[in-house]
Design a protein around this ligand. Structure first.
Ligand code: 3SL
Length: 232
């Protein structure tokens, strides 16, 4: 039986073996939720990059560029990191180069894995179904916030563990803790997360509707998968 494990921050990735594993990269608020939304609204591919200048340079290749730092859209880019900005037809048929504070970093630091998929509550069952088919050991890589633990990515790990229970082995406390937290939170995640640091950060920026949207389960069936230098 394959196993599932959870890495709570990209800063802890050195403790894990990525080779031969399927990584599920997750940044619920909001990078991976936004990427899933972009694919669901017609983006052809997404190039996650770590630096603002690197991202800006993709405009010369005809890409849309998207950037967020500290919750705010960076100046001079086509798009920010709100999923709602990707729903108006602008990304249809386009390549999007994107850089965000934590989410794009979690993806790029997972490149040694056999497979990387992008996970969100929005495409939870699509992720679970793909992992059932792959039958590789799974590592959920939480983007966290600037190297630190966050609750919302951990809840996603717990939700995925719940979907895979009985089919994947939980041989570690990180997965169990994620599952227990998800059980405590799942009936009302908006309330559960009210005191969490990134929800408070986004609420200070008056980004309320993004939070509720990103916590919805199984809205989309898209599954962004890493191929070469991008998500397709
Ligand atoms: O850290 C990130 O990658 C972002 O998702 C943060 S924010 O939700 O856009 O503030």
């Amino acid at each position: 039986m394959p196993s599932i494990d959870v890495c709570y921050s990209p800063e802890l990735l050195h403790l894990y073996e990525l080779e031969g594993k399927a990584v599920v990269a997750v940044d619920i608020l909001r990078a991976t939720s936004t990427m899933v939304t972009a694919f669901a609204h017609g983006a052809t591919d997404i190039i996650p990059v770590m630096q603002l200048e690197e991202c800006r340079a993709f405009a010369e290749q005809g890409c849309l560029t998207a950037a967020e730092r500290n919750g705010i859209k960076a100046e001079g880019f086509d798009l920010g990191n709100s999923p709602f900005a990707y729903m108006n037809g602008q990304v249809q048929g386009r390549t999007v180069a994107i850089t965000t504070t934590n989410g794009t970093r979690a993806i790029r630091l997972s490149e040694a894995a056999e497979e990387i998929v992008v996970g969100a509550f929005l495409n939870l069952e699509a992720v679970a179904e793909h992992l059932r088919e792959l039958q590789l050991d799974v590592l959920v890589v939480c983007a966290g916030w600037k190297g630190k633990f966050n609750l919302e990515d951990t809840l996603f790990a717990g939700a995925l563990a719940e979907r895979l229970q009985g089919e994947f082995a939980f041989e570690n406390d990180a997965t169990l803790a994620s599952l227990y937290l998800y059980h405590a939170a799942k009936d009302d995640m908006v309330t559960f997360l009210r005191q969490s640091s990134h929800v408070r950060r986004l609420e200070n920026l008056e980004i309320h509707k993004d939070i509720e949207f990103c916590l919805q389960h199984d809205t989309y069936t898209v599954l962004p998968v890493w191929k070469g230098d991008r998500l397709v």
